[in-house]
Design a protein around this ligand. Sequence first.
Ligand code: LMR
Length: 396
Amino acid sequence: MFEKVQIAPPDPILGLTETFKADPNPDKINLSVGVYKDATGKTPILGTVKEAERRILEQENTKGYLAMTGEPVYCTQVQQLLFGEGHEIIESKRAATAQCPGGTGALRVVGDYLHIVHPGAKIWLSNPTWANHDTIFTAAGLECEKYAYRDAETNGLDFTAMYESIKKIPKGDVILLHGCCHNPTGIDPTSEQWSKIGDLLAKQGVLPLVDFAYQGLADGIGEDRVGLLELVKKSKQMFVCSSFSKNFGLYRERTGALTIVADDEKQANTVMSQVKLRIRYNYSNPPSHGGQIVAVVLSDPELKTRWIEEVAEMRSRINAMRHLFVKTLKAKGVDQDFSSIIEQRGMFSFSGLTKEQVLELREKYSIYIVDSGRINVAGMTPDNMDRLCEAIKSVL
Ligand code: LMR
């Protein structure tokens, strides 16, 4: 059977990392996959994560299966982080959370749920969006549509176009919104714009699905929930897919969650019963280790405070790199205006580099950027900045 199999195209993001790893150039730079690097170019394990692991190792006494929805303590902590402690959604128990293998696992489970339980519902994705969104939902059998997002002229949000295209989404469809640190543009709506989006979605009867993978990396843990909180003020029902890959640095531990927000507790549990069927045939029950780490850190006030400081450190390093990148390009005499990158948030920005320029950077300079021109600012360091900007100057 295998003789007939054709080679598959490499993944646009993870495939590049494979090529990067194989590149023998000692000065190679990886600005492709969204992974945080410290000033020395390493992806560190957070101190709070190490401490939690030490405690887990001491206290863990079984490797039995978790429930299909994971560890209850973890799920409670997820809700508190998303909505803030004491939020009405939590108090009234009208949210239900399942621990999932990463944000990707949560997205796939929602995709399967929507396809089976709400047949005919389409999912609307921002143009552009994370390359894997379309792939996940198409694999789940959903039809994907696009709504306007980025203004190519200003490299900012084209809110008017976004609003107008959301107006065209029919009742009963689903819209995927990035909670903060939009991937791939780094462009987020303001709180006023979130409020208008929330009003419009409620009026139209469109279900929000919030992909919330970068909480804390834009302006702060609390600040970054502004969009989500505006949406929940207007829509009683929604899904949130969240991840601890970035803000806990737990990438390989596949630590995410799916949260259902419903009218009341009974409805949340009913929807969760359907979600559980999809969990069972995808991966049965989630991996435990990453969830235990998050639960230990967030349940201990002292560790939680330290973790918030560690997130702040990552955030300010990324923002410092945004400034240094724009400043270094300017100092090298690059005419093209990259200043919008300073305003953007999270790991990513659209550089405006063309595919040809991206390929030249890869082939001549061993600088890895995804074909769309999206750059991972968190991969820049004071040490690689000069070489990076010199190379960009030469391909422009
Ligand atoms: C990215 O966009 O680079 C990250 O979210 C990692 C991934 O899985 O693609």
